[in-house]
Design a protein around this ligand. Structure first.
Ligand code: C5P
Length: 229
């Protein structure tokens, strides 16, 4: 019997490019699973802070990432929740502080290695939409559709600002811009699995496009690729 391959769509890109929103929309439209890989790095940062592990202790962070018990689900209101062990840590994981910590622990080779198997385990029928920085280059190099989503730095800062404001979090726009710039630099200059488009990725600048337009473009690409295979 032929082994059925589980189709994968990868959406990589810098902070604030909208990849999380687009990945969620596309996964919903297709009825596929979703992997928010950034949340895993955020969970490592959170768990490390709680245990007092330094953000540059590669071996200890790697061991922590390997034993972390993580679960994603949704509550009765349909909101996505993120669990670390038996604790709902969704709100903590989404803070800017945790995002900054995530980009620091994400530089550590043992952390990246420890999370490979966990990320691969999300690839289940009928398909997976995975968003992050290295989904198309490292974790799912055989993905059927690879998207590299960008937007201008000012647009990304504005979007992030609005997202946080909607959640009642007050951050200054200039401070957010500086933070995004620092994170971009760290993510693209690290030696292991840096942020970069896969050779076969389609690059998409979302600066002047709506969420609906970007989602539709990605869905059209998925449709094209599925027809081909
Ligand atoms: O996407 P998100 O902002 O949640 O990611 C937080 C951080 O985790 C990023 O700034 C990046 O350093 C790291 N990350 C990564 N590889 C991924 C996803 C996220 O290094 N696949």
């Amino acid at each position: 019997m032929a082994v059925q391959t589980v189709p994968v769509v990868t959406i990589d890109g810098p902070s604030g490019s909208g990849k999380g929103t687009i990945a969620r929309r596309v996964a919903q439209a297709l009825g596929w699973h979703l992997l928010d890989s950034g949340a895993l790095y955020r969970l490592v940062a959170l768990a490390a802070a709680r245990r007092g592990i330094s953000q540059d202790d590669d071996a200890a962070l790697g061991a922590l990432a390997a034993e972390m018990r993580v679960r994603f689900d949704s509550n009765d209101a349909g909101e996505e929740r993120i669990w670390l062990g038996n604790e709902d840590v969704t709100d903590e994981v989404r803070t800017e502080d945790c995002g900054r910590g995530a980009s620091r622990v994400a530089v550590m080779p043992a952390v990246r290695q420890a999370l490979v198997g966990l990320q691969e385990s999300f690839r289940r029928m009928p398909g997976l939409v995975a968003d992050g920085r290295d989904m198309g280059t490292r974790i799912f190099p055989q993905a059927q559709v690879k998207v590299f989503l960008t937007a201008s730095p000012s647009e990304r800062a504005k979007r992030r600002h609005k997202q946080l404001k909607d959640k009642g979090i007050d951050v200054s726009l200039p401070a957010l811009s500086r933070d995004i710039e620092a994170r971009d630099k760290r993510d693209s200059e690290r030696s292991i699995d840096p942020l970069r488009p896969a050779d076969d990725a389609r690059e998409l600048d979302s600066s002047k496009l709506t969420i609906d337009e970007v989602s539709q473009l990605v869905l059209d690409w998925v449709g094209e690729r599925c027809k081909e295979s």
